[in-house]
Design a protein around this ligand. Structure first.
Ligand SMILES: [Zn+2]
Length: 155
């Protein structure tokens, strides 16, 4: 079980900027970072690549480019950086997951066999959703505090 997720400030900025830049189309990408006991520490978010498919109601990630980036970071970090989740945008709408989001998230957690974090950014705010396992509904983590490096969200 995860009870806290630390986001480096730049990661939250990357998601917000990409959401605004591509609005009204959806945007998204992978989240990369470290697993430390009951905490996740997100250090990088990828943003849309030309191979992704973006519409007003969907974002379909092309596995190729995002995985290349993940693989490179993983190697550079001596295999410590892990794939922690995925983010996407709902530009101008509620940052709550759709039925499709819920299904996708469960599939990813089933495949990865570990809790994952799924932020949704609407261009103003970013909701941090945590899928602990395939058996539970996603829980929203709330902002608790920040320091010079990042912001902590907890259950
Ligand atoms: Zn969605």
């Amino acid at each position: 079980m995860i009870d806290g997720v630390l986001f480096d400030h730049q990661v939250l900025e990357i998601m917000l900027k990409a959401t605004r830049r591509y609005s009204p189309l959806e945007a998204g990408g992978l989240l990369l970072g470290f697993r430390k006991g009951r905490h996740l520490h997100v250090i990088e978010a990828t943003t849309p690549y030309a191979w992704d498919s973006q519409s007003r109601v969907s974002f379909i990630r092309s596995p190729k480019a995002h995985r290349m980036r993940a693989l490179r970071l993983w190697k550079e970090s001596h295999k410590r950086v892990d794939w922690l989740g995925e983010w996407h945008s709902h530009p101008g709408f509620s940052p709550n997951p759709s039925g499709i989001d819920n299904r996708n998230w469960k599939q990813l957690v089933r495949h990865h066999k570990a809790p994952m974090v799924f932020p949704i950014c609407n261009g103003r705010t970013t909701a941090i959703w945590l899928q602990q396992s395939v058996r539970f509904r996603p829980i929203r983590f709330e902002f608790t505090h920040q320091d010079a490096n990042g912001q902590l969200f907890a259950s």
